[in-house]
Design a protein around this ligand. Structure first.
Ligand SMILES: [Zn+2]
Length: 73
């Protein structure tokens, strides 16, 4: 998956989003459960935002409560 510019609900603007690294995908699974599909998740790279959302237009995932902490890269 390539980085893409898409809307971030936290920044309230269009920001560059990047795919999660393996470490970050593992971190999300620890928070959300091992069965969560994390392959399409992207992270806002705008400043220190680091909010997670799904790449597609799906409602199954609620990224407003999930933010990758500093140091998980
Ligand atoms: Zn953001």
């Amino acid at each position: 998956m390539q980085p893409k510019d898409t809307y971030c609900v936290f920044c309230r603007s269009t920001e560059r989003h990047v795919p999660l690294t393996e470490n970050q995908q593992r971190w999300v699974r620890e928070k959300k459960g091992a069965t969560l599909y994390v392959g399409d998740l992207i992270m806002c790279a705008g400043g220190t935002c680091r909010k997670v959302r799904s790449s597609g237009n799906t409602r199954r995932f609620h990224p407003e409560f999930l933010r990758i902490p500093e140091g998980v890269d």
